[in-house]
Design a protein around this ligand. Structure first.
Ligand SMILES: *[C@@H]1O[C@H](CO)[C@@H](O)[C@H](O)[C@H]1NC(C)=O
Length: 324
């Protein structure tokens, strides 16, 4: 998914710009069906719900062991009711039975809360001034996918809280493509294994990962592939292991306009709070308008912004939870 999201959550750490969100999800080109709807009939009995669960498992090619399946079914039922209730009336965001439909909110891949609070941005950071781009120069819309500066959507896996590594790789993929014309998948796994300032699959801070890349360079994903488990750091001797680097990085500070100005220059990392509505949001083409959680546990890449036909402004977000 690319997630279109208008949210006051950009760099929330620096202050509470926690305003209302208008946001959405849409696909880059093709729009496969990625979630199933729920009808009133599905809710009629235990049997019809079980039948719905079986169809969901088949649809998503999910295999569950018999014992686990019963436990998953009870979570699924709760989610079905929650999603169905939400979708009655004029829900701001339609929810659906997406790939996370038999998981609880607590099971979403996320970093440990104590990790995000541990590392505040150091005071000497270079803040990017609001005026980097004047209002007149700010484009109405930006979509870095159109400029060959965004790689495919990745999947960090449920058991590795390495969003911080995926966004750092994604931001460097973007600026490398913009500067050199070469779009290459970079290696979150190298950051997970080798960046000792962060805590691998447990948690991390994207700015520390950028600092690591500045000092050590980053390998391509081909040279150092992802497996979603923290392992011993290893690097190949060839150039692919030290493919890209950055001179430094700025903190975008102050307002959503400042974020727009930064996104007009390159894809930008933001840290967000995961809300239960975001978890089950499933529209293939739409706009997420649900709330943001004030507790920051995730990081994503902003790859553009724009305004829709109803004059709703949105951000285009690249997540790392797979294409479903
Ligand atoms: C907000 O995030 C916290 C921490 O992850 C979580 O416990 C809580 O359920 C979330 N709230 C909602 C409404 O999703």
């Amino acid at each position: 998914y690319y997630i279109y999201m208008l949210c006051g959550a950009g760099w929330v750490k620096h202050g509470d710009h926690g305003r209302t969100i208008v946001a959405a999800i849409a696909m880059a080109t093709v729009v496969p069906v990625t979630s199933m709807g729920i009808t009133g009939q599905d809710l009629e009995s235990e049997e019809s719900l079980w039948d719905l669960y079986e169809r969901w498992c088949a649809f998503n090619e999910v295999a569950r062991e018999p014992d686990e399946k019963l436990m998953r079914f009870s979570i699924f039922k709760q989610n079905v009711r929650f999603i169905h209730e939400n979708n009655q009336g004029d829900a701001r965001s339609k929810l659906g039975l997406n790939i996370f439909a038999d998981k609880t909110h607590a099971e979403l891949p996320k970093v440990e809360a104590d990790c995000t609070s541990a590392g505040h941005l150091p005071y000497h950071f270079d803040y990017m001034p609001h005026t980097a781009i004047t209002n007149e120069d700010l484009p109405d819309r930006v979509d870095w996918r159109d400029h060959h500066a965004v790689t495919s959507v990745k999947n960090q896996g449920q058991y590795c809280g390495a969003c911080w590594a995926f966004v750092a790789a994604g931001a460097v993929e973007g600026i490398t493509a913009i500067k050199t014309g070469k779009l290459e998948d970079l290696s979150p796994q190298m950051l997970v294994d080798c960046d000792k300032a962060n805590l691998g699959c447990r948690c991390g801070e994207s700015w520390r990962a950028l600092d690591f890349i500045k000092k050590n360079r980053i390998a391509t994903d081909r040279a150092y592939p992802y497996d979603g488990i923290q392992r011993r750091c290893h690097m190949r001797a060839d150039g692919l292991s030290r493919f890209a680097s950055i001179e430094g990085f700025h903190v975008v500070y102050g307002s959503e306009r400042a974020l727009m100005a930064a996104v007009a220059i390159q894809p930008v990392i933001v840290e967000i709070g995961l809300d239960i509505y975001f978890h089950y949001y499933s529209e293939d083409m739409g706009m997420y308008t649900g709330p943001c959680n004030k507790t920051i546990t995730h990081a994503i890449l902003v790859v553009g912004y724009g305004t829709d036909a109803f004059l709703r402004r949105y951000w285009i977000l690249k997540n790392s939870w797979g294409t479903k």
